[in-house]
Design a protein around this ligand. Structure first.
Ligand code: HEC
Length: 246
């Protein structure tokens, strides 16, 4: 959760984050599932997923059958001119380290691992993203609702958390398989787990009738500011979920 003062600083055009993969081989595999909303890099026999949380980083290593693989190692973060060496500790199916980072920070990471006796090195980068220069009154009211109702799981920077996926993600962009109707439906009924490994989204508590539209306006404004949503608002005809199993 971000303090209101911090938000207004953010609104003056600060960084949120885009996790941009710099490992070229992975770009050819845009469809690879990120189980926890992170970015995926492939190297040799393995896939590494990397995510930044507020105050921590997370790394998961899987084999080509998407089975978790035990790994150890460290991450080197380049963050605001600082270089941080962080030993990674086992946590759940993956690795984690506490770090003085926020999910909206700009940073680069080199993750050096030992996986089944083999070295694995993968790089990730968080590009600088933009917050909307101005929000419409509707989107601004949506921002407050988002902070109160959604941010605990989807992150105050809409970058996800350990409890829910990022909404600044091509999966949820305008013109994607998750159109406005799907986003409104999630707000009004929750959502069954089907894209990630976070589990189900419960029906959110605390939205009054009609406020779902405000939150949607905020999500769309944030996406647009971050280069997601240049596609047409709605595909003419057809199932908005075509090709995507719910
Ligand atoms: C308790 C945690 C939690 C809260 C609170 C929450 N979500 Fe979610 N949300 C999730 C999880 C987990 C998923 C992933 C489900 C999946 O695997 O696709 C999700 C998925 C979604 C999706 C995709 C739905 C789909 O059908 O694919 C949208 C859109 C969404 N959330 C929006 C919101 C909004 C907007 C709010 C606030 C009004 C909110 N969520 C509150 C946890 C949460």
């Amino acid at each position: 959760m971000i303090a209101p003062k911090e938000i207004s600083t953010m609104k003056t055009r600060l960084l949120t984050l885009a996790l941009l993969l710099v490992v070229p081989s992975a770009l050819a595999h845009g469809t690879l599932a990120a189980f926890f909303g992170g970015q995926i890099a492939e190297s040799g026999d393995y896939r590494a997923e990397f995510a930044v949380r507020d105050g921590a980083i997370r790394v998961w290593v899987r084999d080509h059958d998407d089975k978790p693989v035990k790994a150890s190692g460290k991450a080197t973060l380049l963050l605001g001119g600082q270089k941080l060496e962080l030993p990674l500790n086992a946590q759940g199916d993956g690795l984690a380290a506490e770090a003085p980072v926020k999910s909206r920070d700009k940073l680069a990471a080199v993750v050096g691992l030992q996986v089944e006796g083999k070295p694995l090195s993968v790089r990730f980068m968080q590009a600088e993203l933009t917050l909307p220069a101005a929000l419409s009154p509707q989107a601004d009211s949506g921002r407050k609702l988002f902070e109160a109702v959604c941010a605990a799981c989807h992150g105050a920077a809409l970058r996800g958390s350990d409890s829910g996926p990022p909404l600044l993600h091509p999966f949820y962009a305008q013109g994607s398989a998750h159109g406005d109707d799907i986003i409104l439906a999630a707000m009004n009924s929750g959502a069954k787990a089907h894209m990630w490994k976070f589990g189900d989204m419960p029906k959110p508590e605390g939205l009054k009738p009609g406020q779902d539209r405000d939150v949607l306006a905020y999500i769309r404004a944030m996406q647009a500011a971050n280069g997601l949503g240049s596609a047409p608002a709605a595909a003419p005809g057809g199932d908005p979920h075509a090709g995507h199993k719910h």
